[in-house]
Design a binder for this molecule. Sequence first.
Ligand code: ADP
Length: 479
Amino acid sequence: MTPPDLSPETGAEPDFFQLLDQPAVIMRQDATLFRANTAFERHFGAWKAGMPFVHGMDEQGQEALQRTIRTLGDAPASFIHAFRPDALPARRWSWQLWRQSEWVFGRARPAGQMPDAGLMFQALFSSPAIGIAILDEHGQLVEVNESFSELLGCARDELLHTRGMDWVHRPDRKAVSENEGQLSSGKISRYRLTVRLKKRNSRLVWVMLTVNPIQRITGERQFLVTTENIDQRVKAERKLVQRAEELVRSNKDLEQFAYMASHDLQQPLRTISNFVQLLDRKYASQLNEEAREFIRYAVEGSTRMQQMIRDLLAYSRVQRLDLELEFVDFNEVMEEVNTNLQEVAQASTANVLSEYLPALRASRRQMVQLFQNLIENAIKFSRSEQRPEVIISADDQESKVRFSVRDNGIGIAEEHRDRIFALFQRLHEQGTVQGTGIGLAICQKIVENHGGKIWVESEPGKGSVFYFTVRKAADKSTT
Ligand code: ADP
């Protein structure tokens, strides 16, 4: 909008008025605008000659303006204008008003966007949560707050005029220097680093360091350094990583041990077993009934031990590290399992039904073993009066697929449902049902190798459902 011509009474130079970088106005005694410059327009929006100067002012503000104008004497007076455009925080302007005959002149300068910035900084500075230090351009500490002193275990006086870098643990100084370099070359405007500071007692403390350059009004360049004590967090995280590494190592050791033990035990056990059987065959006729019975126990025991060792070997072979993952069609897995279990299923007249199953990335060999163990159990632990029926199905669940193997067998009492997955845990006396109690432990290991879970739901006397999940995106890095 074009400003009205300046009245000759004001005597002001129109150009000078316009060129003023700060908002400026000429008003009448009733606080209506006669003229305003472009800086005014830029900060407060459009205006019109004759309209009251109320830009962004609440009622109280308007009253204060009127009062200031009414009481304006020869000397200029100040008026604070809390300019509050819609949806913006108030911005304060300090107007200087003066009178020249009938006209009121006004010039504004910002009184700060955050009127209580000083107070806020004060509050922040005394906050117990953050250690704050101000460094001069040579990197010397010129001010520290109490938390910073406490963090380093030093009094304020001991810290002032020391070099900030001297408090950084030597191995971490390189990272700080590199960031300093980037800061001074203007590549970055601030930086944040996790470093160790050295306390006065030489102990180290992990902190999150943030360095912000600040320009003082005097033109001096300083650095505002804030430190957040993250010592406990870093130490806890490190301990956790260490524990996880130890666990991986001990698991590996255990697998190695199980493999070696079961492998190496096989040979001497075979010798014992052979000689006990030889004893039975050759000398049974020369021994009495009691001695023959002892030999029979020894033969049975060694055979069983051989079976257990074979199973333990199988368990230790279910390694997770050498998983060969491929795209596996689970319908094909079922075909292979059915072929392997043909004899068992026929002997027990079992019905094994499989719904249509998906294809997923997995280890084919381990999946065959998993299904085979579960289905074999479903047939093995059937009720004598009931023809075994096993149903295999799959349920798509976003990031994973949940498989189930349902049977109509003897079921499992609630209190045993967890322990059956442990090594050598069985609920049956040896002799009634064959097995060593390792099948489900192998199942659990396979499922965990694929990033899933296995569990059982059951109704004793009616049947059980074994569920397990397989992650859809199971790959080597996540297993
Ligand atoms: P094993 O079959 O060699 O005994 P497993 O580890 O496969 O060893 O099973 C552990 C125990 O869990 C079994 O001895 C049995 O008591 C119980 N169990 C497993 N599957 C079933 C099932 N489908 N129904 C009832 N009980 C089961």
